[in-house]
Design a binder for this molecule. Structure first.
Ligand SMILES: Nc1ncnc2c1ncn2[C@@H]1O[C@H](COP(=O)(O)OP(=O)(O)O)[C@@H](O)[C@H]1O
Ligand SMILES: [Mg+2]
Length: 263
């Protein structure tokens, strides 16, 4: 059985010559992989979900996403920070519903419930045929999911970072994704932006779904409208203008009930 600390960045010793990287990894190890997170990681390794953590793809205030390896395949590992800062950016409606769902009082418990929630939502999206990372498992504050990237192990870029030469095709693609999410998975993303959509082989892949809410939630119409407006703004910057009303209709927003302005 590997020692927990040998699962995370095991190749770091081979990279002794690269002082800068070594220093960065050291810092991340201290920041993200506290003792209980290391134990959670090794528990998932023992369950056979991955062999090792390779390097960070992204690190933020609420958590980090790391590439991991399983045999000849790759996995993505999302680790939520177990500290009070984690939910600073969390929408109040989501936190409320989470408290109700999980009846957890302490903060660590909330983070674990949040991790489980992202896993469950990814599962619902996979069932509904929405392109999103397939979930493989979770434990405490660690989520294991499909790695979105190429066969060489390079993570797919965010929509924000890729040149788009056919915004009309992108619009059709996103309408299909959001529409399927609403009609089949009965969910509204709630934080849709070009930062939370990856671009792989000319298609969008939705990520960062923990805050998604059911279409029957009273906040759903407002969030759907906000998602659509944000995305329409992004398309506008690409030189493609689509009236938000048309966009909303195309994703099936009418089945969400009246939006607050009309209510
Ligand atoms: N399954 C994945 N495969 C590859 N890269 C991913 C995956 N999930 C997330 N990422 C990368 O990590 C970044 C942060 O992930 P995200 O879920 O948006 O977390 P955050 O809560 O930090 O915004 C994304 O912008 C993306 O670049
Ligand atoms: Mg994000």
């Amino acid at each position: 059985m590997p020692r927990p600390e040998d699962v995370v960045f095991p190749r770091r010793r081979e990279r002794q010559e690269d002082r800068r990287k070594e220093g960065q990894h050291r810092k991340l190890l201290d920041e993200f992989f506290d003792h209980s997170t290391l134990l959670a990681v090794s528990r998932l390794v023992n369950r056979g979900l991955f062999d090792s953590v390779d390097f960070p793809i992204s690190t933020g205030k609420e958590g980090g996403v790391f590439r991991a390896t399983l045999g000849s395949e790759f996995r993505a590992i999302k680790i939520y920070r177990v500290s009070n800062t984690v939910f600073r950016h969390l929408p109040v409606y989501a936190l409320d519903s989470l408290r109700r769902e999980s009846s957890v009082k302490n903060f660590g418990g909330l983070v674990f419930a949040w991790t489980r929630r992202e896993h469950t939502i990814l599962g619902r999206l996979a069932e509904a045929g929405v392109r999103a990372p397939h979930p493989f498992g979770h434990y405490r504050n660690v989520l294991v999911m499909e790695f979105i990237g190429d066969a060489q192990g390079n993570a797919a870029p965010r929509l924000q970072d890729v040149p788009i030469d056919d915004p009309a095709a992108l619009y059709e693609d996103v309408v299909q994704q959001i529409g399927r999410m609403a009609r089949e998975a009965k969910l509204v993303h709630g934080d849709l932006s070009p930062y939370n959509v990856l671009y792989q082989d000319g298609h969008t892949v939705l990520i960062d779904v923990a805050q998604a809410i059911p279409i029957e939630h009273p906040e759903a119409p407002r969030l759907m409208e906000r998602d659509v407006r944000n995305f329409a703004k992004f398309l506008g910057r690409l030189g493609y203008s689509v009236p938000p009303e048309e966009f909303l209709k195309a994703v099936g927003a009418d089945m969400l009930g009246p939006r607050p302005a009309e209510a």
